[in-house]
Design a protein. Structure first.
Lengths: 582, 165
């Protein structure tokens, strides 16, 4: 069948079962959008900024497990997705990003809207392609989806010059494809697994440290069975939340910089650390040489490059966590670790996550209420900073793919567009973006997409008028010098009609902003109004922006100062001073 | 312990691959001291010889990161196996007529070639491993070195191992 390149791209998308694309058109990509105009089976969601499109594709992928597809034009269209590619790359999210490119005859000429897209995106993609020959187009599409979704997933860019989209090609979609330099080990080495099981049986104080790899490999059930059978306590990374139900007694909370004291003490004291689908990030380990100082390390991961990258591993297993956990569960029984479990129960009792219970409107309370009222039955996306950490600490995630957050890159402005993707992938599930007033503004324009597509997303802004996480660091470690973090209005217009400033010095007025986008806005300033407001928002079938005016100098605690050992957790300015003095 | 390692890397012969690999070294802060690249017996592939400095842990990371690349077919560490290492130097030295004979002799000892001659300069082409090249430079220094052009190292394993094509 002879068709043009643009039609071939769309046919390829069909072969890959793609039914939704997030994107924005532009000059060179018009031929492709023209074909999509007739493609009634592919939902094309037009965002207001390309960064919104790629984060939406990301949220779609994380919440569904299917690859997200993003379609943008050349030059600025492509450079605008750079942050989103880096975000997806750091968190191993399968995305195929199709970028327009100037015609091959103009490449390298500094043509209008030309950028070296493959050059720019090379270090932040799993792989990228530029199609220079029409005959390569379809095989490249096949390869792109294959690479993006297999092994340790990641974003793949396919750069499409305009003349390739308009040239005539013979369409034939290959069933399978061979890429000589790309081999994925999924099956764990049986001898290595046996050794792992033996080591676990011998341990007195074993601890499971599981991450986003569990969710990617759809191994939550296997992980849960393994934990339930052995009774080993488990801590999760930020990316791993939801991989094991937070409501189960074996769960001891998140570990790391804003982890629970129980989790961090357990890491400090364990004699065997079983890392599964996690990568020993610095926010998890704190001071590397002091990380789990008494432990032997087991590391199960699909990416060989993750093993022994930061911590030297005693027993590595390369492969897919799902199968490996299944094998391990077969070979093991309940462990005799009552003493260790008792110790952990004591820590849990002694050091629960806390915040002050008074009349002040505190963010932790809001998130606890949200959890109560949703019964955990929601997909939560977050922005980055304090809002993200409070969400991670106080919402109890019980199912995989329900917590969508930018962990590795820490991309502010991620949550709102990611919520769009999550809602599109899960039309019947409640989707809530937990945001801060700083980061929500980094992609606030996507409220237009939400309204246009009638997506009933709830946006919960924890508004403190600060870039709160940086402010917290400044409070603790920079003598309260709030350089660059105060977002409140402090200069006054000289215009007479504007002479009286509004009661709230916060910019913008999120309630009015919501209304401007034809969504529902609410402002909540009192603790006693929280429950009613959330109930009302959850009832409504529209997008709701809830502006919670929270205690401006609330902190995320406990906190391990950057570069400190995990057991050095601080919870106040005073602790920080003592830490700095020591 | 920091030392030098030689890696032979088989890659897809297409544009962007060299940039990708060079980017890995700069992006992750690995120390690269030599790189040469050329087509192999199969025109679809190129072979890169990469000389890096670091310790065993860094080398392990470099190998794994290289293996992650879709365009990298195979990474072989030639550091501790029997292999032939060669590089080429073109070296232009000052040599007025009464010194020319001495430089000719040095060239002969190093099994080199005189590739250019002028009134008061000689240009030598010498092939050898790094130590030999360094020795040549040391010997020629007193005459006055005007210009040096060196290739990176190219390396190949000795003999035939099972599994090799």
């Amino acid at each position: 069948m002879k068709i043009n390149g643009a039609q071939a791209v769309v046919e390829s998308l069909r072969k890959e079962n793609v039914d939704v694309i997030f994107g924005i058109p532009g000059g060179v990509i018009i031929p492709l959008f023209d074909v999509l105009y007739d493609a009634k089976d592919i939902n094309v969601i037009i965002t207001r900024h390309e960064q919104g499109a790629i984060h939406a594709a990301d949220g779609y992928a994380r919440s569904s497990g299917k690859p997200g597809v993003c379609l943008v034009t050349s030059g600025p269209g492509a450079t605008n997705i750079v942050t989103g590619l880096a975000t997806a790359y750091m968190d191993s999210v399968p995305i195929v990003a199709l970028t327009g490119q100037v015609p091959t005859s103009l490449i390298g000429n500094d043509a209008f809207q030309e950028a070296d897209t493959t050059g720019i995106t090379r270090p932040i993609t799993k792989h990228n392609f530029i199609v220079r020959d029409p005959d390569e187009l379809v095989p490249v599409m096949k390869k792109a989806f294959y690479i993006a979704t297999t092994g340790r997933p990641g974003p793949v860019v396919v750069d499409l010059p305009k003349d390739i989209l308009t040239s005539e090609i013979e369409f034939y979609y290959p069933e399978s494809i061979k890429i000589p330099g790309y081999n994925v080990t999924t099956k764990g080495n049986p001898r290595q697994i046996k050794k792992v099981v033996e080591a676990i049986k011998k341990a007195k104080r074993p601890l499971i440290y599981a991450g986003g790899g569990i969710i990617i490999s759809n191994a939550s059930e296997e992980l849960t069975k393994f934990v339930k059978k052995t009774g080993i306590p488990i801590t999760l990374t930020l990316m791993g939340l939801g991989a094991f139900p937070a409501t189960e007694p074996e769960f001891i909370g998140m570990l790391g910089m804003h982890g629970t004291k129980t989790a961090n003490y357990a890491v400090d004291k364990c004699d065997l650390l079983i890392a599964v689908g996690a990568r020993f990030d610095d926010r998890v380990t704190g001071k590397l040489s002091m990380f789990a100082p008494h432990a032997k390390f087991i590391h199960i991961d699909i990416d060989p490059a993750s093993i022994s990258k930061n911590v030297i591993i005693d027993l590595p297993v390369v492969g897919d966590a799902k199968e490996i956990l299944k094998e391990m569960t077969k070979e093991i029984d309940k462990l005799d670790i009552d003493e260790w479990r008792k110790q952990i129960e004591e820590w849990k009792k002694e050091y629960p996550l806390m915040y002050e219970d008074d009349d002040i409107l505190r963010p932790q309370y809001i998130i606890e209420k949200l959890y109560e009222l949703t019964k955990g039955d929601a997909i939560i996306t977050t922005e980055v900073g304090q809002n993200q950490m409070w969400a991670a600490q106080f919402y109890k995630f019980t199912k995989p793919r329900t917590f969508i957050t930018s962990g590795g890159l820490g991309t502010m402005g991620f949550g709102l567009p990611a919520a769009i993707g999550a809602q599109v992938a899960n039309p019947n599930t409640l989707v809530v973006d937990i945001a801060g007033d700083g980061s929500i503004q980094m992609n606030i324009q996507e409220l237009a997409t939400i309204t246009q597509e009638a997506l009933p997303i709830k946006v919960l802004i924890l508004n403190n008028g600060y870039l709160g996480m940086v402010r917290q660091w400044q409070e603790y470690f920079f003598n309260r010098r709030y350089s660059g973090t105060d977002l409140k209005k402090y200069k006054h217009w000289e215009d007479e009609q504007f002479s009286k400033d509004k009661e709230l010095p916060y910019i913008p007025d999120f309630v009015k902003l919501a209304e401007a986008y034809n969504a529902l806005g609410m402002r909540i300033e009192k603790k006693e109004d929280v429950e009613g407001a959330i109930k009302e928002a959850l009832k409504r079938k529209v997008a709701v922006v809830m502006d919670f005016i929270i205690n401006p100098e609330e902190n995320v605690t406990p906190m391990v100062p950057a570069g400190a050992p995990l057991r050095k957790m601080i919870s106040s300015k005073e602790d920080a001073e003592n830490y700095l003095l020591a | 312990m920091e030392r030098e390692y030689t890696l032979s890397v088989l890659v897809e012969n297409k544009s962007g691959v060299l940039a990708h690999i060079a980017g890995l070294f700069s992006g992750r802060g690995f120390n690269i001291s030599g790189l040469s690249v050329g087509e192999t017996e199969n025109p679809e592939y190129s072979r890169m010889t990469i000389v890096v400095r670091g310790d065993d842990k860094i080398l392990e990371q470099i190998k794994k990161q290289l293996n992650r690349f879709v365009d990298v077919i195979k990474v072989v560490d030639l550091t501790n196996i029997s292999a032939v290492h060669r590089e080429i130097i073109l070296i232009k030295v000052k040599a007025t007529s009464h010194k020319k004979q001495e430089v000719f002799q040095i060239c002969e000892v190093f099994k080199g070639k005189i590739v250019d001659i002028s009134h008061d300069t000689l240009t030598l082409e010498v092939t050898g491993n790094t130590a030999k090249i360094e020795a040549l430079i040391t010997l020629l220094k007193p005459y006055g070195i005007i210009e040096i052009a060196r290739t990176g190292r190219v390396s190949i394993s000795r003999g035939f191992k099972k599994g090799e094509k």
